[in-house]
Design a protein around this ligand. Structure first.
Ligand code: F6P
Length: 324
């Protein structure tokens, strides 16, 4: 394989640039020509494909976002769109792909491989940490730390005013960001899609805390929680609680997607980027590189997108015990 291309797709994640850098530098080391596809699958369809070399990725290891930009492509969902993308890659003589992204990215990559047989290896880049086949995804650690910084600040004001804060964190239908934030932020309760916590249970926890002279509380709500978003949960509790609470709601939103990647994310991204590239050059295809128990492994795209990575029961239990 002499010519490959790399792209980032779906929601951006801190560390994507570190990953691009590792792929480009790794390709230079192995004497392989490397291209960057701009704006993910949309760039593939439109032929927005640029040459990259070691210098193109200087000074990006510490930058959030993605220098290749990202998009969620509707056209790639169509057969015609994917045919156009294939023609663009053929025209450039690209023989292999490295995809950096999450669920949607690998769903597209699997369909594309099945149709056109261009080998593709993925590197998991998403703040959600919702991919089977890797213990951690690129961007997750940074997102948790960004959210945690905000939660610590909210705790100060919650304490000053004796308030209850419901803080909504991202994660789509996964509760990974929420559970880590709840533990590290010392939250009184957490609501995640993997473990339905009825509002009655949260009310009980809050009630218990106040009866023990707690004067403020933090509840972390994952955006995909089945009881509804933080606003709805807070309203339900306000309506049903017997004691009057001074409640506020904060939705952290896209702040969690930006910022300087942590050391852990830069290292993970470098390892997974190089791992994906070297896997591709060795003949791996239709798989995602991941780190499981500190070992580099390759998992079929199909499994990464269809299998569920459970949130450890231990962690859920810990939130309950440590808020006592
Ligand atoms: O997948 C990353 C993520 O940030 C999710 O946590 C969130 O649900 C979604 O993307 C938001 O997507 P968008 O930026 O398209 O609104």
């Amino acid at each position: 394989m002499k010519k490959i291309a790399v792209y980032t797709s779906g929601g951006d994640a801190p560390g994507m640039n570190s990953c691009i850098r590792a792929i480009v530098r790794g390709a230079a080391y192995h004497g392989v020509e490397v291209y960057g596809i701009v704006r993910g699958y949309n760039g593939m369809i439109n032929g927005d494909i640029i040459p990259l070399n070691s210098q193109s990725v200087s000074n990006i290891i510490q930058r959030g976002g993605t220098i290749l930009k990202s998009a969620r492509s509707k056209e790639f969902l169509t057969t015609e769109g994917r045919k156009k993308a294939y023609n663009q890659l053929q025209a450039k003589g690209i023989e292999g792909l490295v995809a950096i992204g999450g669920n949607g990215t690998f769903t597209g990559a699997e369909i594309f491989y099945n149709e056109f047989k261009i080998p593709c290896v993925g590197a998991p880049g998403t703040i959600d940490n919702d991919l089977y086949g890797t213990d951690y995804t690129i961007g997750y650690d940074t997102a948790v730390n960004t959210a945690l910084d905000a939660i610590d600040k909210i705790r100060d004001t919650a304490d000053s005013h004796d308030r209850v804060f419901f803080i909504e964190v991202m994660g789509r239908d996964s509760g990974y960001i929420a559970i880590q934030c709840a533990i590290a932020g010392g939250a009184e309760a957490v609501m995640i899609p993997e473990n339905l916590t009825p509002v009655s249970e949260v009310m009980e926890t809050l009630q218990k805390g106040f009866s023990k002279a707690k004067s403020s509380s933090i509840v972390i709500v994952a955006e995909g929680d089945e009881e509804g978003n933080a606003q709805k949960v807070a309203q339900k509790i306000k309506d049903q609680m017997k004691i009057e609470l001074d409640i506020r709601v904060t939705t952290l939103g896209h702040i969690q997607r930006g910022g300087v990647p942590t050391a852990a994310d830069r290292i993970l991204a470098s390892r997974l980027g190089l791992g994906a590239l070297e896997g591709l050059l060795r003949g791996e295809k239709n798989v995602m590189a991941g780190v499981v128990n500190n070992q580099l492994v390759y998992t079929p795209f199909h499994d990464t997108i269809t299998k569920k990575k459970p949130v450890s029961e231990d962690l859920i239990r810990m939130v309950e015990i440590l808020s006592t």
